[in-house]
Design a protein around this ligand. Sequence first.
Ligand code: PGA
Length: 267
Amino acid sequence: MRLVITRKGVGNWAAQYVKQQILHAAPTKARPFVLGLPTGGTPLEMYQHLVTMHTRGELSFAHVTTYNMDEYIGLPEGHKESYRTYMFENLFNHIDIDPAQVHIPNGNAPDLAKECEQYTTSIAANGGVDLFLGGVGENGHIAFNEPYSSPAASTRIVHLDMSTRIANSRFFNNDISQVPDKALTVGIQQLMDARQVLILVSGHKKALALRECVEGAISHAWPITALQMHPNVLVVADKDACSELRLKTYSYFKELQDQYSHIEALA
Ligand code: PGA
């Protein structure tokens, strides 16, 4: 695992990184770049930057295939807080992606178990994910894999932890009763199967989760720690998110950062 502590916004940094990865892959119709995508507050800035890059003609998504991490179960179609709505409003409506290449689990599918199975199969059929982007919950969840999720699970129906529903109630008029208690999520194993993972962590609220992620022992109590076993994980964090790290940890990763200075300079 590599931790990058950025002085720029994590979203800005992540957008520069994503752009570099897509351009480097030079995807084609026959060999698209497969990108795993998160929702929530943290990635919003990244999406704004990606849209700007596209508008300026610097980045095309014509040969990008996307898989979103998760979706609530049971929100009416078109609900403003569904992750489908979020993704189209914040990214897909503003870029040149082929809508047929956009994949978001359908939380209203008549057969949710089958939906999960098909989602897993579809990712594999597209050759797996090249770069999975994600955030982390205050409780250490990754996608909607809440504490005590099996690291071996794939796409499935999950019950949301109360702390997640409380955190997300800010998007639902601060009314927890409006926050769905179930969701579909890709499993930790699917993140492990991605060729590369980039996790965005911002703010004091995530400091404990980041500490467990970087310094903690691998534990299903903190699902993010499973990524310690992934050979190619990058975590980009701001200074506030690092406030629970030991000085020794912070200094070590700061010393390694030269290899990402070109991204820091662009952000
Ligand atoms: P947030 O959510 O970016 O809204 O904090 C992250 C997450 O819960 O994974």
